[in-house]
Structure formats: C-alpha cells, structure tokens
Ligand binder design. Structure first.
Ligand SMILES: [Zn+2]
Length: 117
C-alpha cells in the first residue's frame, strides 16, 4: 500500500505513472508524474522553478520510495505465495477384460437393449 498522502491516479497522455501528493505539512496537493522519457516531474514550485537544474524534489523522492516499497512488497508476496501444485493427470482406467458370457446371456442383453423385457 502507498502511504495515505500519496494517491495513485490515472496517468494521462505522455505519462506512465501519476500521483497526487498531499503534503502532510501544508496540505497542499502536488502532482508527481513519471513521463514517457523516464523523467519524474512535480508540480511543486521547487521543481517547476528550477526545472532545468533539478531532476527531483522531496515529493518525487517520496513517491519513488513508495513505489520501491510497493514493488518490494509485491515481490515478497509473490515469493511467499504458495506454489501452485500441478494437478496430476488422472490415471487411465485400467482395462478390465470383459468377463466371458455365454451366447444365451448375450442374446438376452441384446433383447433388453432393443426394448424387450
Ligand atoms: Zn515536488
């Protein structure tokens, strides 16, 4: 699970991941998103103002940390999940030889099959 203040949202065009980051200290909401070039962007003043010098900010670092935590938890869940036991194919029915029957009995059975009593 992500921390409460990091809310995954639907990624828009040009982005593969998008989060709403509700700052626990200021209650301001920032958008932190990973663009298709693999660069994290944030809507906070620190990132937008110094866009060409900084590649991350506190919010981006937090979101990346939360994603790594999430991935690690998923990996652990995957590792700890019980291995699926393959279902053994049903053993073929042993072929039992038909007991020998007399011609009379055979005719009686045939008559029954044909609707006689
Ligand atoms: Zn930021």
């Amino acid at each position: 699970m992500f921390p409460q203040h990091i809310i995954p949202t639907r990624a828009s065009n040009g982005y593969s991941d998008r989060f709403e980051y509700v700052s626990p200290s200021s209650s301001k909401t920032y958008i932190v998103a990973l663009n298709n070039q693999g660069v994290w962007e944030c809507s906070c003043p620190r990132w937008t103002v110094s866009k060409y010098r900084r590649t991350d900010c506190k919010h981006i670092n937090d979101v990346r940390g939360a994603m790594q935590m999430q991935n690690a938890q998923q990996a652990i869940r995957k590792r700890d999940a019980p291995a699926r036991t393959p279902v053994a194919p049903a053993a073929p029915e042993p072929i039992r030889p038909e007991p020998a029957i007399s011609m009379d009995e055979l005719l009686q059975r045939l008559a029954k099959l044909q609707g006689g009593n």
